[in-house]
Design a protein around this ligand. Structure first.
Ligand code: G
Ligand code: MN
Length: 259
């Protein structure tokens, strides 16, 4: 573990949440923002969630604690935005341990924050081991019954994707950046992505491509029918106040209502 990471994990840790816009591929209009956990170290450095979560020393308790900080941080951002008349849809990344053990808590929290459930998407990552697929499937059912949207994050990088899809389905497929990045030079990447987009649409899921780092990537993804894009070519993660100023609130696309 690096010196800075250890400092970040120490008692003076300051959890913050940054937001990265997700925009409609064809129009570029903002659809939602993904909440990304960060930590500010005592010397002002920003440490990414990847560094916090992927560490071997990151116990399940620690993951649940980080998730609680993130959810609390989103609550604070939502309160600030609401006061400004700004109502972006938000995605939250939750650890599988939180999802398995605590699906009801999030629904309760939404009620408390007066957040419309369909403004929140729960991203389930595949890159973390899923110990109990049945528990995850039940949690997904609960979230969706409560009106939340569910996204499968890092699609194709784990081993439970198809099982989850056939058991309970999901609303959004997020194509991992490791597929997206090489697509310009790599014919096979392009074919794999095109097949993922067809699969998602066959299952009536929306597709978000992550790690979109150039206009060339963005254009190609739009061309094959990818619904939404996220990445440095659009915007990097930013603090909550910056998200408010990033685009006019009126530029944000309204939620698609089901039914
Ligand atoms: O687990 P998930 O795929 O949701 O991780 C999102 C992470 O990817 C965040 O930490 C975010 O900062 C990072 N990220 C977002 N856009 C890009 C991008 O265009 N390129 C790269 N390399 N990383 C990105
Ligand atoms: Mn994510």
């Amino acid at each position: 573990m690096s010196y800075h990471l250890r400092r970040a994990l120490a008692a003076e840790i300051d959890h913050i949440v940054w937001y990265q816009p997700i925009v409609a591929a064809a129009s570029g209009r903002p659809l939602s923002a993904e909440a990304l956990a960060r930590a500010r170290t005592a010397d002002g450095r920003i440490v990414s969630a990847g560094a916090l979560f992927s560490d071997a020393n990151c116990s399940q308790e620690r993951r649940r604690m980080l998730d609680r900080h993130t959810v609390r941080g989103i609550g604070a951002s939502v309160a600030d935005w609401t006061a400004l008349g700004f109502f972006p849809a938000i995605s939250v990344n939750l650890s599988t341990t939180t999802i398995e053990s605590d699906a009801v808590a999030l629904l309760r929290w939404i009620g408390k924050e007066k957040l419309q459930p369909d403004r929140l998407t729960v991203e389930i990552t595949e890159t973390e081991p899923i110990e109990d697929i049945g528990a995850i499937a039940r949690a997904v059912e609960r979230y969706r019954a409560g009106g939340l949207r569910v996204a499968i994050d890092d699609f194709g990088c784990g081993n439970a994707t198809f099982e989850l899809l056939h058991r309970v389905g999901a609303d959004v497929m997020k194509i991992d950046r490791r597929f997206v990045r090489p697509l310009i030079a790599d014919e096979r990447s392009r074919r794999v992505i095109a097949a993922m987009v067809r699969l998602a649409h066959e299952l009536e899921m929306q597709v978000v491509a992550e790690g979109v780092e150039s206009q060339l990537h963005w254009d190609w993804l739009t061309g094959i029918g990818c619904d939404a894009v996220q990445g440095h070519a659009i915007a990097s993660p930013m603090p909550a106040e910056a998200l408010f100023y990033w685009r006019e609130p009126a530029a944000w696309l309204p939620l698609e209502r089901k039914g």
